[in-house]
Write a protein that binds this ligand. Structure first.
Ligand code: VGL
Ligand code: ZN
Length: 223
């Protein structure tokens, strides 16, 4: 874009007399979502290289961590008589029951060891309330509580976000949809995302939902 400036890796462009800043949001690039992890996303480790390639191009990089207490309500093991994949009601929301994953402080909750964590400026942890899940980086699934990420981005004049990570059909999708609702300009780097695909096509349907909501879907940020 002709009006775009690239200042020491910080992409800024003038809007209404202010600068708007681009941020990269890396969603849940954690061991438990990798092949062999507790809640494996097929080919999930492919997003690490994509994330690492993007990081140097952004002046502001945020990473999220799914960060559950062991008694979290999204874990099947915490609901007697229920199994992984069953759907229950949790504070009025439909909740899929998952295997226990990303328990606070465990190796499964750590970022993938090859992720360039030195390039991350801020970490948002979500899913910490045992009573409600939080797929989105911004709000819990019942939209009752904010994670603080919105305030963090607004305080830094972020107007545009690029999103990649895991999983396309859950945390990436809900993060992208909330970001659009918050008035941010949202680009999803599809090549840097992978889906759980519990039902075949879930990932593709999630991409359609994001596009319909106003997200820009791209396969590369290079021009
Ligand atoms: C996620 C299911 C449960 C995700 C997190 O990161 O997409 N999916 N918790
Ligand atoms: Zn989770």
């Amino acid at each position: 874009m002709a009006d775009e400036k690239h200042v020491r890796g910080m992409n800024v462009s003038p809007k209404e007399g202010r600068l708007i800043v681009d941020a990269l949001i890396l969603v849940d690039i954690q061991n438990d979502f990798m092949p062999g992890g507790a809640l494996p996303v097929p080919d999930g480790d492919a997003v690490v290289a994509a994330a690492n390639a993007l990081i140097p191009g952004f002046g502001l990089v945020v990473a999220t961590q799914d960060w559950h207490p062991s008694d979290h309500g999204s874990f099947a093991v915490n609901h007697e008589g229920y199994e992984v994949g069953d759907v229950i009601d949790l504070v009025g929301e439909q909740q899929i029951l998952w295997p226990a994953h990303c328990v606070q402080g465990t190796p499964g909750a750590s970022f993938h060891s090859a992720l360039d964590v030195a390039g991350i400026d801020h970490v948002t942890r979500k899913g910490t309330d045992p009573g409600v899940d939080s797929y989105s980086a911004f709000f819990d699934n019942a939209h009752r509580r904010s994670t603080g990420l919105e305030d963090f981005l607004r305080a830094r004049d972020v107007g545009r976000v690029v999103i990649c990570g895991l999983a396309t059909d859950y945390c990436v999708k809900f993060t992208a949809l909330d970001a659009v609702d918050l008035g941010l300009d949202v680009t999803v780097l599809v090549s840097g995302c992978r889906a759980v695909n519990i039902a075949p096509g879930d990932g593709d349907r999630a991409l359609d939902e994001m596009r319909d909501a106003g997200c820009r879907l791209v396969r590369t940020l290079l021009t």
